[in-house]
Design a protein around this ligand. Structure first.
Ligand SMILES: *Cc1c(COP(=O)(O)O)cnc(C)c1O
Length: 393
C-alpha cells in the first residue's frame, strides 16, 4: 500500500522506536521515585523537553507534555476561558480543527462566551482585516498555524503580533506545522502553541503544549504535580522520549533543507496529475503551504468513490479531511474558502511524509488516473476523461 495520508497520522520512525523501547522494557521505573534507576528515567524526560523546545526555539521549561494534540488545545482554551470570564469573546478562525471548534462550542454553550469565527480568502488564508476588527473586545485568540486539510500556512506572525499589541493572549494549534515548517517562538509572539507527536513520526497519544515563560497557566489535570504542576499524571515516559527523538529528527531535516525533498516530490506528483488528467484543480494557496500537502479536486468525480477505488488500487489518502470521510457535507474548511459544494465533494487530500518516494508518487498518479477514468466513464462524464498518456522521465 502507498500511504499518502500523513496529515491524518504518520508511521513511527525506526529511530524513534529504538529511542523509546528501553522505556517500555528495562527503564520502566516511575520518574518521580528516589532511586538511581528512576533518576535515569527523569533525565530522559528532561532531554525530551529540551528536544521539543529546540524544534520551536523555546526553552525546556516552556514545554508541558500532554496526552495528545487535542488535550493541548483543550487545556490552553480552558485556561484562557477561565481567566477571562469578564471579557468573554473568543476569536478563532472558520477553518480550525474540531479539537478547537468543538471546545469553543462548549465554552459558548456552558460558559456563556461568544465567538467570532474569522473567515479566510479563497486561498484558505486568514482574512487579516476581519481578524483585526474581531480583536476589538476579545478575551482570547486561537488561530491554527497550518490547516490540516489544505496545508495552507496562516499569517501567524501578523496575527500574533496584532494580538500582542492589543494585549490579548494568543494560542495557536500548530499541530500540522510543527516539524514541517520552521517555527521560532522568539520571532513569532505566540503565547501558547499545541504540538502532537503522531503527525511527525512519534506514536499516537503524546503531545505537548508550549507556554511562553511568564504566562500564567492553570492545569486541567491536577494531582501529583508532574510537568511542573501543569499536567499531573505519571508520565507516558516512552511516548515523551519518542516525541523528543522525533522532534530532534525533524529539526535536523528543517535545518538541512526545509523538507525540500518532500516539496519536490509533491510538486512532481501535482505536475503529473495536472498534465495527465483533465479537470484537475489545486486548492489553497500555492505559496503558503506545508511541503507535504496537496489538495486537489477532480471534476465529475465524487471523492467517496475515488477513495474506494484508490484503496483497491493500493493508495491510501483522504477526502478533504480524515474527520469528514464518510460524511456527505463538504468540509467547513472548503466552505470557508468559497469552494463550491460540488468541487469540495470531488476533492482529495494527498499528504506525503519523509518516507514517501518517487516510485510511490508515480504509482499513486497512475492509480488516481485509473480511478478518475473509471468513475467518469461510470458517471457518463466521458467529456472530461484523461487527455493524454504520460511518458515518465
Ligand atoms: C491531528 C490534529 C489535531 C488532533 O491531534 P491529536 O493528537 O490527534 O489529538 C488537532 N489539530 C490539528 C490541526 C490536527 O491536524
Amino acid at each position: 500500500m502507498i500511504y499518502l495520508d500523513s496529515n491524518a497520522t504518520t508511521q513511527v520512525h525506526p529511530d524513534v522506536l529504538d529511542a523509546m523501547m528501553p522505556y517500555l522494557t528495562d527503564n520502566w521505573h516511575n520518574p518521580s521515585s528516589g532511586y538511581r534507576a528512576a533518576k535515569r528515567v527523569r533525565e530522559a524526560i528532561d532531554l525530551a523537553h529540551e528536544q521539543v523546545a529546540a524544534l520551536i526555539n523555546a526553552s525546556a521549561e516552556e514545554i508541558v507534555m500532554t496526552g495528545c494534540g487535542t488535550e493541548s488545545n483543550n487545556a490552553a482554551l480552558a485556561f484562557l476561558a477561565n481567566q477571562h470570564r469578564d471579557t468573554n469573546k473568543i476569536v478563532t478562525s472558520a477553518i480550525e480543527h474540531s479539537a478547537i471548534l468543538r471546545y469553543v462550542d462548549a465554552l459558548v454553550d456552558s460558559n456563556g462566551m461568544t465567538v467570532e469565527h474569522v473567515g479566510v480568502d479563497t486561498g484558505g488564508r486568514l482574512d487579516l482585516d476581519a481578524y483585526q476588527a474581531a480583536l476589538n473586545g476579545a478575551a482570547m485568540v486561537s488561530i491554527m498555524w497550518a490547516n490540516n486539510e489544505t496545508g495552507v500556512i496562516q499569517p501567524i506572525d501578523e496575527a500574533s503580533a496584532l494580538a500582542r499589541k492589543a494585549g490579548i493572549p494568543f494560542h495557536t494549534d500548530a499541530i500540522q506545522a510543527v516539524g514541517k515548517t520552521p517555527i521560532d517562538v522568539q520571532q513569532t509572539p505566540v503565547d501558547f502553541l499545541s504540538i502532537s507527536g503522531h503527525k511527525f513520526h512519534a506514536p499516537k497519544g503524546v503531545g505537548a503544549l508550549y507556554i511562553r515563560s511568564g504566562m500564567r497557566f492553570e492545569p486541567m489535570l491536577r494531582g501529583g504535580g508532574q510537568e511542573g504542576g501543569r499536567r499531573s499524571g505519571t508520565e507516558n515516559v516512552a511516548g515523551i522520549v519518542a516525541l523528543g527523538k522525533a522532534a530532534e529528527l525533524m529539526k535536523v531535516r528543517l535545518d538541512d533543507d526545509n523538507h525540500a525533498g518532500i516539496a519536490s516530490l509533491r510538486d512532481h506528483m501535482e505536475d503529473r496529475l495536472l498534465a495527465e488528467i483533465r479537470g484537475v484543480n489545486r486548492n489553497g494557496s500555492l505559496e503558503h503551504r506545508t511541503a507535504n500537502t496537496s489538495h486537489l479536486s477532480f471534476d465529475g468525480c465524487e471523492a467517496a468513490g475515488l477513495l474506494i477505488l484508490l484503496d483497491e488500487y493500493g493508495v491510501q489518502c483522504s477526502a478533504g479531511s480524515a474527520c469528514m470521510t464518510g460524511k456527505q457535507q463538504p468540509s467547513h474548511v472548503q466552505t470557508a474558502m468559497s469552494i463550491s459544494p460540488t468541487q469540495a465533494k470531488s476533492s482529495l487530500r494527498l499528504s506525503l511524509s519523509i518516507f514517501s518516494t518517487r516510485a510511490d508518487v508515480d504509482t499513486a498518479v497512475e492509480a488516481i488516473q485509473k480511478a478518475v477514468s473509471k468513475l467518469r466513464s461510470v458517471q457518463g462524464n466521458s467529456g472530461v476523461g484523461p487527455v493524454q498518456v504520460y511518458t515518465s522521465d
